[in-house]
Design a protein around this ligand. Structure first.
Ligand code: HEC
Ligand code: HEC
Ligand code: HEC
Ligand code: HEC
Ligand code: HEC
Length: 216
């Protein structure tokens, strides 16, 4: 037998094994790189400097998103409220609560509370809130049920394929603009199908898939 195969072939299986392991390693690193952005962001729930709860303020007290994020339907950027907005109520409500110490200090000094950002687009992506919320795209599509959250959690991947999934089929998601802020609303599928198509037509919706719409 040893005459048929030259001697070096004895070491062949080891080489194949090492080669295969290297290849497997590369594939794992590649997949890791490819999937990391969406997977590490979903679930991100930083601890904030003040234990502000959307569940208390929106779900229980019934505040509208725009009481605090009042730029959301007027500009590209959704603002975080100043401490003075909180003091509209907390001047009287729980005025001595230690949990509101930082809010009182910020309002007094006129300095912002150092909230930790939860959602962040990379620099090379252009995004516009008003363009979405005034066209019947609800906060819940991109942020999940914030109204039920004690602490804001990054609920959706917000990566490129997430954006494009909706831009390809916006009719599956559009609702009446006055229902954009109602994060509990459930729309039956057949009704959505009908109203979605109507809104696309009525508002001349053209959710662009051109690279230059989001990368300018
Ligand atoms: C009483 C004021 C108030 C109201 C009302 C309010 N928010 Fe907020 N919101 C805040 C504050 C303060 C923060 C920053 C602290 C935090 O993340 O919890 C915030 C943070 C957020 C964030 C995360 C921002 C980031 O860092 O990426 C989202 C998303 C958000 N709010 C959505 C909503 C939606 C949707 C509604 C309505 C259903 C709403 N908020 C109503 C005060 C408010
Ligand atoms: C419309 C009035 C109103 C506004 C505006 C408001 N709050 Fe409140 N907040 C309340 C009420 C009422 C409670 C008490 C709820 C309860 O205990 O059931 C409360 C509770 C809290 C608590 C819990 C305090 C404790 O001792 O348990 C924190 C923290 C808080 N709010 C932070 C904020 C922050 C930060 C803002 C501004 C972004 C804000 N609130 C804006 C009405 C308001
Ligand atoms: C189509 C998706 C989409 C919809 C709909 C949407 N958002 Fe956002 N939101 C985003 C993205 C993406 C970011 C990150 C933006 C950035 O980094 O420039 C963001 C960021 C925010 C922030 C943080 C701003 C900051 O300065 O940190 C707040 C607050 C917010 N959104 C509130 C809302 C509210 C309230 C609504 C509904 C009225 C809403 N969003 C609807 C995608 C969306
Ligand atoms: C649930 C549906 C939905 C999601 C998710 C969504 N979009 Fe949109 N987008 C729309 C619709 C609808 C329009 C409005 C088209 C129109 O007015 O004709 C729009 C418009 C836009 C525009 C054009 C705005 C302008 O200036 O006219 C940009 C840019 C954009 N989207 C970026 C994004 C990015 C980036 C994401 C992901 C973070 C995203 N969108 C996620 C539905 C969506
Ligand atoms: C609807 C908005 C939208 C459109 C249209 C769009 N992109 Fe993107 N793109 C994004 C977002 C959002 C990200 C950031 C992804 C992340 O942070 O995970 C991104 C990221 C990228 C990246 C960085 C790699 C990555 O996946 O993170 C490249 C490259 C890219 N886009 C190229 C393109 C090209 C080429 C086109 C046209 C064929 C295009 N994009 C169209 C929203 C868009």
């Amino acid at each position: 037998m040893s005459d048929i195969f030259p001697k070096w072939t004895n070491r062949l299986p080891v080489k194949i094994l090492i080669g295969a392991l290297l290849l497997l390693g590369l594939v794992i690193v590649g997949l890791w790189y490819y999937f990391t952005p969406s997977y590490t962001r979903v679930g991100y729930t930083p601890t904030q400097p003040v234990a502000y709860s959307h569940k208390i303020h929106v779900d229980q007290l019934g505040l509208d998103c725009r009481y605090c994020h009042d730029d959301v339907d007027e500009s590209a950027h959704a603002n975080i409220p100043a401490a003075s907005t909180c003091m509209n109520c907390h001047e009287q409500v729980l005025p001595n609560s230690p949990k509101l110490e930082k809010v009182r200090a910020s309002a007094q000094k006129g300095e912002p509370i150092p909230w930790v950002k939860v959602h962040k687009m990379p620099e090379f992506v252009f995004f516009n809130h008003a363009a979405h919320v005034n066209r019947g795209v609800s906060c819940v599509e991109c942020h999940g049920q914030v109204n039920k959250m004690e602490k804001v959690r990054h609920a959706k991947p917000l990566n490129m394929s997430f954006c494009l999934d909706c831009h390809r089929h916006p009719e599956t998601r559009l609702r009446r603009p006055d229902q954009v802020y109602n994060l509990d609303l459930q729309i039956p599928q057949d009704k959505q199908k009908k109203q979605g198509k109507q809104f696309v037509k009525k508002w001349n919706i053209d959710a662009s898939q051109n690279c230059s719409a989001c990368h300018r």
